[in-house]
Structure formats: C-alpha cells, structure tokens
Ligand binder design. Structure first.
Ligand code: PLP
Length: 394
C-alpha cells in the first residue's frame, strides 16, 4: 500500500488526455510522427513573443543583484502594480498591488483561492463541460464539486444554478473563454449571474464567490471582447496565467486578482498570501515575475490561432459535424457523430486522429479538439477527417 486510497483510485480511473497522449506516442512509433494528428493537449506549439525573449536576454546580460532570492509571498510589488494597472483600466475600478497575488500558474492560483475560502464539505459549482482538474482542486481543500450543466449554447443556465445553490455553496467557478467550448460570457450573462449570487448570498448570510478562471482571456477572435468580471460581480476573484497568452505554460506564472469592492478585501488577500506560502509555492517564480511585468499588454499572434480555428471549423462543418464556432480559446467541441463519444474517439484513432471524449469534461456525447498545434499538421489532417466522416456515413 504505497498510496492513499484516494490517490490510488484517481490513478486507477486515469485521465483521458493522458491516455490519448500515450496512445499518440505508440502510434507515432508505428506510423511516424508526421502521420499522427494529435489534438489532445492544450499545450501551445508557438513560442513566446519576441519581446519576452528580448527581456530574458537583457536580464541574463544585466542581472539585478538579488534577483533569485525570496520576495514577499504575494510577489514583487512592481509586477503586481503592472497587473493592477491593466485590470483597473479594463474594469474602471481602482486596483493596486494590494489586490494582486502572483501565483504558480492558474492551477496554483485556483488551489490558493480554494484553500483560503473552503470549509470541509463546502460546495463549489462548476458548469459542465468544465476543465476536469477543478474536481481535484476542490477536493484538495475538503470541498465538494457540484456540476451544473450549461444550456445548449454552453452558456450558464441560471435557473439550474439557482436550484443547485444551498447553504453549503461557497463558490462557483466560471471559465470564459471556455475550455473546452470556446464560448465567451457576455456582459448580460455576468450581470444576471452577479444579481443571482448577490440575492443568494444575502439569503444565506455569507458570500458566494465567483472564481473567474481566465487563462484564455486574450485569445479571442473576430474582435470579440471578454467583459471584466469585476465590473459586474462584486464577490469575484479572477485567476489567470500567462500559460496561453504568452505561451509560457512550463514557466508556471500566473496571478489572482480580487475585486476591490469585496467587503473585507484586505483579510481575503491576507488569507490568499498565507495559502500561497503554506501550500509550499512560497512565491511565484521570481524570474518570470520580472519578465511578465513589462508584457501585460503583449500576446502571441492571435491571428495564427484564428486561422487554425477557421481551417478546422470550415472543414468539419463541410463534412457535417455539428459544432458552435468558438469565439475564443483554442478548442473546438463538436457533437460526437456516434452516441457514444468513447466509441467515436476509438473510430478516429483508425485515422490517426487523437481526440479527447466529452465525458472527460463532464459532457458525454461531445469530443474536444485542441488546435494549438502547427497549421501544417492541421492541414495534413484534413483528408483523415474526410475519411473518418465517410467511414461514419456522414
Ligand atoms: N484553467 C483552464 C480552463 C485551463 O484550460 C488550464 C490549462 O489548460 C488551467 C486552468 C491551468 O493553467 P496553468 O497552466 O496556468 O496552471
């Protein structure tokens, strides 16, 4: 008995993404890597913007004395100020460094928030389809994930959310632009969600927080904009990272920002800083904090993602796949042409197309395509999609 019962059972059930990743490896060895179309992982194939590399070079050439030491558990004041300035402009509110805690990616940030706010047995609502790690993160801190399905447009179903709220409800996680659907929540949706949560918080006598998980906020298409959650929801914490917008997932740099209008905001932030420390993160990576401070308005080339989306979306719809055109992020989430998404995934494997079943996101009957891969691979995959569709009689 090496593992706890819980971890052993999690390993036993496995992750679809991991399983498909291993399958891709196996197929690449048999057929050659260029014949495999791996759409499983949201790991950007692009490199960070030139300005990032330039800043990295400058720091290497002109190191700042002490730049590898510990700092405040919340992070460097200069970096937090740079983040706060951008968020103030977006929200029309006055955020300062005191409203920002630098974290080890968005995943680290979500764990910090959940540790800070959950009592044992508290419930956290997630809207399916959802990023599957939420369940583990909530469980890490003694909470219980309560899954509420979205509507047919993958938008929050407010009556269903209202029905799910009870005295144990502590938070709801929203993710816009969404992984896996690519939908963006409008100002109207955020307003109505904010009104509902305010009413329920008053009734229950404690705040229900919105954790707005936003790592894709800058990856948006056709001029779409992601509304500032702080403008519409008072008890909101934003959690994000530069894993996707600056293509730095391996560097583990992100932050939590809190709405300055939260009653008792200082206590909340002190709790977050304490949890950042005691979860063992201590602080976000020092070098990355210095680099991203000057890159808050930068992104990778979004037009490249839009082209990838368009090539795949146009081809799949021409073959008869049913899907919503994503407004952001870098995923497509079509309906499975077979009732059983797992069976469909297996059928796609025959054509060396690797996908993740919707069941892995709490939404069976769909599948996810991560198109953050080279355009050349996407283009090479098009005949395989055609053959798959023909095989299915589409
Ligand atoms: N939230 C969502 C919706 C994601 O898709 C991801 C990563 O894919 C994360 C959080 C975690 O991001 P990070 O790499 O910053 O921890």
């Amino acid at each position: 008995m090496l593992l706890s019962d819980k971890v052993a059972s999690c390993l036993g059930s496995g992750s679809y993404i991991r399983k498909m990743f291993e399958e891709g490896d196996r197929l690449a060895r048999i057929h050659g890597a260029d014949k495999i179309f791996d759409f499983t992982i949201g790991n950007p194939s692009v490199d960070p913007p030139e300005k990032f590399r330039e800043a990295l070079k400058q720091l290497a050439i002109n190191p700042i004395p002490g730049m590898h030491r510990y700092m405040s558990n919340a992070g460097y004041p200069e970096t937090r100020t740079a983040v706060a300035e951008v968020l103030s402009e977006q929200s029309g509110l006055s955020l300062t460094a005191d409203h920002v805690v630098m974290t080890v990616g968005a995943g680290g940030g979500l764990n910090v928030v959940l540790k800070a706010i959950l009592n044992p047995g508290d419930e956290v609502i997630a809207l399916s389809p959802y990023f599957v790690e939420y369940g583990f993160y909530v469980d890490n801190h003694g909470g219980v994930l309560k899954v509420v399905p979205t509507d047919e447009q993958f938008l929050p179903d407010l009556p269903a959310i209202e029905a799910a709220i009870n005295p144990k409800t502590r938070a709801i996680i929203i993710n816009s632009p969404n992984n896996p659907t690519g939908v963006i929540y409008s100002e109207d949706i955020l307003t109505k969600l904010g009104q509902l949560l305010e009413k329920k918080s008053r009734e229950l006598g404690r705040p229900i927080f919105v954790l707005s998980d936003e790592p894709y906020a800058k990856i948006v298409y056709d001029g779409a904009e992601v509304p500032s959650v702080f403008k519409f929801i008072t008890n909101a914490l934003m959690v994000t990272s530069h894993s996707k917008d600056l293509a730095l997932p391996g560097e583990r740099i992100g932050y939590i920002a809190v709405n300055p209008r939260i009653a008792g905001v200082e206590t909340l932030v002190n709790g977050l800083i304490f949890c950042n420390r005691t979860l063992g993160f201590v602080n976000a990576p020092a070098l990355m904090q210095r680099l991203v401070a000057g890159l808050q308005q930068e992104t990778v080339n979004i037009a490249e993602y839009q082209e990838k989306r368009d090539v795949l979306y146009n081809h799949l719809t021409s073959l008869g796949f049913e899907l919503i055109k994503p407004a952001g992020a870098f995923y497509l989430f079509p309906k499975s042409p077979l009732p059983d998404d797992l069976e469909f995934i297996q059928r796609a494997l025959k054509y060396n197309i690797l996908l993740v079943p919707g069941g892995g996101f709490g939404a069976p009957g769909y599948f996810r395509i991560a198109y953050c891969i080279d355009l050349a691979i996407i283009q090479r995959s098009l005949p395989a999609w055609t053959a798959l569709a023909q095989d299915l009689g589409m």
